[in-house]
Design a protein around this ligand. Structure first.
Ligand code: SF4
Length: 301
């Protein structure tokens, strides 16, 4: 992090000396919330919940982000590698089915160090849950430490990606990232209870007015990976509640049934398997409340 190039923004700032790049993140990870979470895909949440660790900040920064409350990288609890390792173990002790690292990329160095400390003592899978705007070099450092990758694939069209996230090169990076993720974890594998032990789930949030872009994304994933060996999670939960007034006009409404179902039927036609959502999920109530920090009991100061 003395010359930070962890994500495709490649700011080159020295975060060890307090400089901040595009993500605004400090050197050490800040965690907004660490708790059992029940709103992930069924083989991730299971019956006891996924041990989610929500990191503050983000290197992508979509204008409509539903986790806007924790995008400010200065909020949350600062944790070094050994504190993070203890946190992972505490979540397993609470009953988590897995450790679910949410938006870890801009803290990748310390998260990796924490996994090196904890991995041998964890008996549950580790999930890397990210926005898809990743560098292959950064992902390679997690080979053998991550069991399940759960990236988004958000945009194909460069102008749309620029408008939504100031990342016109998004599709190029996301495509290379999912290929590397699949190389590391291979085909989906479940335990006897139907919980995911290993593999790749690519998530796509269908956006209002962007049906053609969604179709292009599905075709791109289909070109890059054997779709029968991965899962697609097609999300309908977009809500305009978090979009600012000056967001692209299309983003100021929900996704229509027609938009979502037409993307879903293309996914079926292309042979994808995985998860779909009811449009009832498009509700701000599905977003964790980050105003109250939640940590496992043993981790509380
Ligand atoms: S992680 Fe942050 S500082 Fe580092 S390259 Fe990405 S946006 Fe820049």
């Amino acid at each position: 992090m003395a010359f930070c190039e962890l994500c495709p923004r490649r700011c080159g700032v020295d975060r060890t000396r307090g400089e901040r790049g595009y993500c605004g993140a400090p050197a050490l990870p800040h965690v907004a919330r660490a708790a059992l979470h029940f709103f992930e895909e069924p083989p991730i949440s299971g019956t006891r919940g996924s041990g989610t660790v929500f990191f503050t900040g983000c290197s992508l920064g979509c204008v409509f982000c539903q986790n806007r409350a924790i995008r400010a990288a200065k909020s949350g609890r600062e944790m070094d590698a050994s504190a993070l390792a203890e946190l992972f173990l505490a979540l397993e002790k609470e009953g988590a089915h897995n450790i679910n690292l949410v938006t870890p990329t801009h803290y990748a160095d310390t998260v990796r160090a924490a996994l090196l400390l904890a991995k041998d003592r964890l008996s549950i899978p580790v999930i890397y849950n990210c926005g898809g705007y990743e560098r292959v070099e950064t992902l390679r450092a997690f080979d053998g430490l991550v069991d399940v990758y759960m990236p988004d694939f958000k945009y194909m069209d460069a102008a749309w990606a620029k408008e939504c996230a100031n990342a016109p090169d998004y599709a190029e990076w996301a495509g290379a990232a999912i290929v590397e993720m699949y190389r590391q974890v291979g085909a989906l594998s479940y335990d006897e209870a139907g919980l995911l032990r290993r593999g790749l789930i690519v998530r796509h949030l269908v956006l209002p007015g962007a049906r053609a872009d969604s179709a292009a994304i599905l075709r791109r994933i289909h070109e890059l990976l054997p779709v029968e060996e991965i899962a697609l999670s097609l999300m309908a939960q977009y809500t305009p509640d978090f979009a600012p007034d000056d967001a692209p006009r299309a983003l100021l409404r929900r996704v229509t049934r027609f938009e979502y179902e037409s993307v879903l039927s293309l996914a079926e036609e292309l042979g994808f398997r995985g998860f779909s959502q009811s449009r009832g999920a498009a509700n701000a109530a599905y977003t964790p409340d980050f105003s109250i920090p939640v940590f496992p009991e043993k981790e509380k100061a």
